[in-house]
Design a protein around this ligand. Structure first.
Ligand code: NAP
Length: 320
């Protein structure tokens, strides 16, 4: 099979397309023929060797993917060959024509969801779900401010929050990104590059501020979030690319809390809840992963450059 291999941690150029022996599923494992692999910012941090997760070299990147079960190992009972699935992590990596997963990492992909869309399910939707409902405990009727609503996690959060009965305010850095956030269900959209955009929040929330803020770039925004969060509000730090200085007094006066999260910390029980909720939403059509760009597997290096550039538009996926 063809697969992307990383022999040393470094820049995007370390991602090389190689020919490998086809893998075989061991006991308790599932072999997936990958229809599409999802590209996430975390894949670039791992490739650069700057993430807590440091795979043994050489390795094939990729947690997210979707395709068809090719074969199952001994003892596998939940899926069989021929089933459409999305992956939530992988033993051998999803940037490949074939990926080995443990049984708990594969989940049914409804017919209405394409493989490219399925490759955009796990990391973005599970992160958005965990942030909204497991960390912030968002409730119907509350207002959520999705600070960065044009990318993978942001569009997922908009769809999840809208379907759960929250009022959704999203931001995007480009006209296209803001239009996308509105199409996905945001009631209001703001431009996070406009100098005065946060001044619109009190007006859009009847003076209260946002009950929940999902923060994609905390190093830029966290201190400002504390001035626009509601009394008793919760900020969830999802993404941050550096340090930030905050004034805790703004949080004190509002009894506000700052939560941080990593999807890697979700327990098996929490993940089971997440996948059950995602499956229901994918089946019902309330969750519709947005594929902004499909690139051939051989262009993994370009995908890693693109995923970190401004001007996000849903997901970037690789097609073997
Ligand atoms: P993505 O698709 O590249 O989207 C990035 C988002 O950040 C876009 O909406 C982008 O908007 C927005 N953004 C850029 N500048 C911003 C600003 N000044 N203020 C607010 N938003 C801004 O990435 P993703 O997959 O959605 O992931 C988002 C972040 O969460 C990344 O840092 C990622 O590493 C992190 N993440 C963390 C976890 C976790 O477990 N904690 C899981 C998944 C992702 P424009 O491009 O329109 O400007």
């Amino acid at each position: 099979m063809k697969a992307i291999r990383v022999h040393e941690f470094g820049g995007p150029e370390v991602l090389r397309l190689e020919e490998l022996e086809d893998p075989r599923p061991g006991a308790g494992q599932v072999l997936v023929r990958v229809g599409a692999a999802g590209v996430n910012p975390v894949d670039t941090y791992i490739r650069g060797g700057v993430h807590a997760v440091r795979p043994a070299l050489p390795y094939t990147p990729g947690l997210d993917g979707a395709g068809v079960v090719e074969a199952v190992g001994e003892g596998v009972t939940r899926v069989e060959a021929g089933a459409r699935v999305y992956t939530a992590g992988s033993v051998s990596g999803t940037y490949a024509e074939l990926a080995v997963c443990v049984e708990a990492q594969v989940h049914a992909l409804p017919e209405r969801v394409s493989f490219a869309q399925g490759a955009g399910v796990f990391t973005p939707y599970a992160t958005a779900y965990r942030a909204l409902f497991q960390r912030a405990r968002a409730l119907p009727g509350e207002t959520v401010f999705v600070h960065g609503a044009s990318g993978g996690v942001g569009t997922a959060a908009v769809q999840l929050a809208r379907a759960a009965g929250l009022t959704v305010i999203g931001t995007g850095g480009t006209e296209e990104g803001r239009r996308l956030a509105a199409e996905q269900g945001a009631h209001h959209v703001l431009d996070h590059h406009a100098p005065d955009y946060l001044e619109r929040l009190p007006e859009l929330t009847g003076g209260r501020g946002a009950d929940v803020i999902l923060e994609m770039l905390a190093n830029v925004n966290l201190n400002h979030d504390l001035n626009v969060v509601a009394q008793g509000g919760r900020v969830v730090v999802i993404g941050s690319r550096g340090p930030v200085e905050i004034n805790p007094r703004a949080a004190m006066t509002r009894d506000a809390s700052v939560h941080a999260m990593s999807l890697f910390n979700a327990s098996p029980r929490e993940l089971a809840g997440i996948h059950a909720a995602l499956r229901a939403g994918l089946e019902a059509g309330t969750l519709r992963p947005v594929v902004g760009r499909e690139l051939p597997l051989a262009e993994a290096a370009r995908a890693h450059e693109e995923v970190l550039k401004p001007g996000a538009y849903g997901k970037i996926v690789l097609v073997p």
